[in-house]
Design a binder for this molecule. Structure first.
Ligand code: ADP
Ligand code: MG
Length: 528
């Protein structure tokens, strides 16, 4: 009788030797990889250690790991000499965290790497592969028909296993960690100097992450997330619900929960929030992302600072604003957008970011009356060195009502990053209009309404919006009340400069901010 390990070794060897098809090879080792990863945790795991060349990490022919450590088995074929080197050993949890690719199936036809933790010494026996000329069957005394039977039955069993295992462990094994990925612009946590937060969890988080340099942001984020108890639902969006949570029993945080179906969106939003130098008082403060197994599914959490006033949409529905409030809201939103759009060069480089879904529901109102731009799930970043845009891996492109004319008629030049910024400015103009309606002019304010409320049906289609915005070239109107007020007349003029049809004629965020500040000074409005 041959042992499981011998059988495995024979199959590995034969696939390695006989399969010229890269895809099949990769597939086979994906199968091996998955099979060996079913049981993720084990108190203590013993592995074979050694290889057919000196392995400096083995003090004897066995090694031991704890927790989520794994046994590994690497086979490498030297392209020139054809020599095959095998090595066996242990990967500690720490090694796997810092080098997550050492257990991934190799894409090179010269390297096979497998890891396992399902049983002690699961990484094969330290009997080394023969040189390429010698065949294993001859050595083990198996005939070629035996070999074929064994290979086909094992392959068949593996195939069935794959289907079952994929279904069972799909989410566990495929959910990536946005916190350990480097992202196109380096996703290490970075705290902007001078960023002030009145939120305890954020400041504690800042201390941890800045104090420890690169540190272990993943662990810090996990630790925080796992100290949060969900309270009530505070919002509902595209991907799921947003909750108020209590961190360590007393500090409020917001928890945006994604279903595991929307794993990409969760990953993307966490990745964007961790763009170097992103933090700003007018951009929602990111705290942590966590993916945790809850029985048979995975919960994906994104923790941010909590703002009890809720979204600008909710705030305007229930509150009127005075002129100082109007400027405070509008200037702070513009500052947040200017910060997103801006590129910083140098060691702490920040890529320019376009939001692509700016609207009153994606802007939060802070206690101090300023705003914070939220929901960065559809944002895109620009890499000016390669002039590339990292378009997110989903096909949603924003909210139809707020789409710029060039988005509606699909003439937006996707290869030009400024196009995305200009589309944001169009949406910003619509948000100003929503705020202006709620401004108290001589004791009167208009009711809250969404932009184009009088021109399109509820939940308008792209065709509805296109007919109004591109066809009739209609824009939200000014009200007679505004004509009599210098301040609102001025704000309306700025809005109009944000929603020109010709996107290159629109103001930039910096220009909008300057225009608003100038108007505020001219009107002698003091913001406290
Ligand atoms: P989605 O991507 O699903 O649209 P959002 O991030 O826009 O989710 O959040 C949906 C709603 O949840 C917001 O409109 C707002 O009302 C509420 N919300 C989100 N984040 C916070 C927060 N940090 N503080 C308070 N309310 C929030
Ligand atoms: Mg949203």
């Amino acid at each position: 009788m041959i042992s499981t390990n011998q059988l495995l070794r024979i199959v590995t060897w034969n696939f390695f030797r006989n399969l010229s098809n890269m895809k099949m090879k990769s597939f086979t080792f994906v199968v091996f990889y998955i099979c060996f990863h079913i049981h993720q945790t084990q108190a203590e795991l013993h592995c074979h250690c050694g290889g057919n060349k000196p392995n400096p990490f083995c003090s004897s022919d066995t090694c031991t790991v704890e927790g989520k450590g794994q046994c590994y088995h690497h086979i490498q074929k030297m392209p020139e000499s054809g020599n095959i080197y095998e090595s066996y050993g242990c990967f500690t949890e720490g090694t796997l965290r810092s080098s997550p690719f050492v257990c991934k199936p190799s894409t090179s036809e010269y390297l096979v790497q497998t890891c396992c933790n399902d049983e002690d010494y699961c990484n094969g026996e330290p009997i080394f592969l023969p040189p390429p000329e010698t065949t294993v069957p001859e050595k083990s005394g198996l005939t070629s028909s035996h070999q074929a039977t064994i290979i086909s039955s094992v392959a068949g069993i593996l195939l069935i296993l794959v289907v079952v295992i994929f279904v069972l462990v799909k989410r566990r094994s495929t959910i990536k960690d946005p916190l350990s990925s480097s992202g196109s612009n380096g996703s290490s946590l970075s705290i902007k100097e001078g960023y002030v937060t009145d939120n305890k969890v954020s400041s504690e988080f800042d201390d941890w992450s800045s104090g420890s340099g690169a540190g272990q942001p993943l662990l810090v984020q996990r630790t925080i997330a796992r100290q949060v108890q969900l309270q009530e639902v505070i919002g509902k969006g595209r991907y799921g619900e947003v909750y108020r949570g209590k961190w360590r029993g007393d500090e409020n945080v917001a928890v945006k929960k994604f279903s595991s179906r929307d794993e990409r969106s969760w990953f993307r939003e966490a990745e964007i929030y961790q763009t170097v130098m992103l933090r700003h008082e007018n951009v929602l403060g990111f705290i942590a992302a966590d993916n945790k197994d809850v029985g048979t599914w995975t919960e994906l959490w994104l923790l941010t600072e909590y703002h009890e006033n809720g979204s600008l949409f909710d705030y305007l529905e229930r509150t009127q604003v005075d002129q100082a409030g109007l400027f405070k809201l509008s200037i702070s939103i513009t500052s947040g957008l200017e910060h997103l759009h801006m590129e910083f060069l140098g060691t702490q480089a920040k890529p320019p970011i376009a939001h692509r879904d700016l609207k009153s529901k994606n802007i939060l109102v802070k206690k101090n009356g300023e705003c914070a731009i939220a929901d960065l799930g559809l944002a895109v970043r620009h890499d000016s060195q390669t002039d590339t845009i990292d378009i997110p891996l989903n096909n949603k492109v924003g909210t139809i009502r707020y789409m710029a004319p060039e988005v509606l008629d699909e003439t937006l030049n996707m290869r030009h990053f400024d196009s995305f910024k200009r589309a944001d400015i169009y949406s910003l103009g619509l948000v100003f209009w929503e705020i202006a309606r709620r401004a108290d002019v001589g004791g009167q304010a208009l009711e809250y309404e969404l932009p184009y409320f009088d021109a399109v049906p509820n939940d308008p289609s792209v065709e509805d919006m296109r007919a109004v915005v591109c066809g009739k070239k209609q824009r939200p109107t000014a009200y007679p009340l505004w004509e009599q007020n210098d301040c609102l007349r001025g704000v309306y003029k700025i809005m109009c400069e944000c929603w020109y049809e010709n996107c290159s004629a629109r103001l930039t965020a910096l220009r909008v901010k300057k225009a608003l500040k100038k108007l505020q000074d001219e009107e002698g409005i003091k913001i406290v």
